[in-house]
Design a protein around this ligand. Structure first.
Ligand SMILES: [Zn+2]
Length: 484
């Protein structure tokens, strides 16, 4: 069972839009009143108001306040529940004090039990309790064998209306029995992702451009006089632009994660703790802009949908710990490349981090998958003593993956034959980015190369190549490899 969401644009008719706008106003007032109620109770009586207390008041109010009656009762309760959540998050130190919603805020409200008849999705319309049959563009199909759980109506500041539908989808896929193509992903500011495949994807330039324009617009708004017509006009353009960037980023993140999941049955990311990083103002903006949280959530549900593995690992020291020998290299954030103090290997910071993520991820899922062990079960980096430390123990076999010796060098698709090995170096100009791989192999016999075999399709097993006697043996059967 997994959850999946669909967001569709709706085009309410004039009458319906009037109703919706009134509902949105009710929502806004309800939020603001309930927030004021909590604030006053605290300021005057040093008393915390509970959700249930407010829900009870709401029930009574609905009997006398006809405007409140406009809103579906569960949607109104849901607003109070959201407020309760916001306060809980505030008290646990995660967020700031909940804010009042100004007139131009994005307002949304939810039908929390959309399956009980309050909402019905049809081919080109959606029926909403208290609104009616609203035209909707179903630009993609609703999930097959999905049960509609919640429906949220969203009013964007630019005036567009959307519904966000959450479905529970039952699935017959019962988790991975075999990991054959794992990948570690490092998230960055320069490259949005760097993977253990050696893929570096830069931040899309159109987003950068759009962000620059956003900054200009923001400056322009602040120059205009408060309450003036010009200011309102630019605010609207700004809102439009914000919405566009969000759509573009979402689209980009969808393509990115779809590809990751297509080629890898296990993806590992560093744990972002977005909330924590968000409080560091220097980093905060870039992090939110990059939409890392969105990438993680997309990758998670997509991987779970096909029965793959998604895992996050602790990210401490991921950019400083050498993926090969485990030495902690105390380098600052601006250093992109460095020589490992332990093994002398030249490390590309981001690629190294991706490998650390993969190693930790495999170790993590390996705990519940005995056939994956023993792969690198080591204490976290803080307890590490620097010095050579084998990455992988000998004799690990699982599915198509067999790891022997000390070091899986890289995982790559070699179907095009662009990779060659000599007894002193690996040469694969199309695949490798960074000098790390051009470094001589000190003892080729000790180094096994993990390569992706065959066409780059999901769940194609890995085969091992070994660099030995001056040439590469790629795609050898396991028994022969063990004999090397
Ligand atoms: Zn090292």
């Amino acid at each position: 069972m997994y959850k999946t969401a669909r967001r569709y644009r709706i085009y309410p008719a004039k009458k319906q839009e009037e109703t919706l706008l009134r509902m949105v106003e009710v929502v806004r007032n309800l939020w603001n009143d309930a927030l004021a109620h909590r604030r006053d109770a605290w300021e005057n009586e040093v008393r915390s108001v509970t959700y249930f207390e407010q829900a009870k008041i709401l029930t009574n109010e609905r009997r006398v306040d006809s405007e409140l009656g406009l809103l579906y009762s569960q949607s109104a309760q849901d607003i109070l529940r959201r407020l309760d959540k916001a306060f809980k998050a505030f008290f646990s130190g995660v967020t700031r004090y909940p804010k009042f919603k100004p007139a131009n805020a994005i307002i949304s409200f939810t039908y929390p039990q959309a399956y009980n008849g309050s909402v019905k999705v049809n081919e080109s319309t959606i029926r909403l309790s208290k609104v009616g049959e609203v035209p909707m563009v179903l630009h993609r199909e609703v999930p097959t064998n999905g049960v509609l759980k919640t429906c949220t109506i969203i009013h964007e500041p630019n005036g567009d209306w959307y519904v966000s539908l959450i479905y529970d989808v039952s699935t017959t896929v019962s988790g991975p029995s075999n990991i054959s193509s794992p990948v570690g992903v490092d998230l960055g500011l320069k490259s949005i992702i760097v993977t253990t495949d050696g893929v570096k994807i830069p931040h899309p330039s159109y987003l950068r451009k759009a962000e620059r324009r956003l900054k200009r617009l923001q400056r322009s708004v602040s120059r205009k006089q408060r309450g003036s017509k010009n200011r309102a006009k630019i605010r609207r353009i700004l809102a439009e632009h914000h919405a566009k960037i969000a759509r573009q980023r979402k689209d980009f993140n969808h393509k990115l994660t779809t590809n990751l999941v297509r080629y890898h049955d296990a993806v590992f990311f560093e744990d972002l703790q977005v909330a924590n990083m968000g409080r560091n103002h220097l980093l905060a903006k870039s992090i939110y802009d990059a939409g890392w949280g969105q990438i993680l959530s997309f990758a998670r549900y997509k991987e779970e949908r096909v029965g793959g593995v998604f895992e996050t690992v602790q990210s401490a020291y991921s950019t400083q710990e050498c993926f090969s020998c485990g030495t902690l290299n105390p380098v600052t954030l601006d250093v992109r490349e460095f020589d490992c103090a332990g093994c002398g290997r030249r490390l590309d910071r981001d690629l190294n981090a991706a490998w650390i993520v993969l190693k930790r991820g495999i170790a993590k899922v390996g705990q519940d998958m005995p056939e994956l062990t023993p792969v690198e079960i080591r204490p976290p980096p803080s307890e590490l003593n620097s010095g050579a430390c084998p990455v992988v123990e000998a004799g690990t076999t699982r599915g198509g993956v067999h790891v022997q010796g000390t070091l899986p060098l890289e995982a790559h698709d070699t179907s095009c034959g662009r990779m060659s090995l000599t007894n002193s170096s690996v040469f694969a100009p199309d695949l490798f980015d960074g000098p790390m791989v051009h470094e001589p192999l000190q003892n080729p016999r000790d180094h096994l190369l993990v390569v992706t075999h065959g066409p780059p399709q999901r769940r194609e097993g890995h085969r091992l190549g070994a660099a030995t006697d001056g040439h590469a043996n790629l795609g050898l059967p396991l028994c022969q490899l063990q004999a090397i």
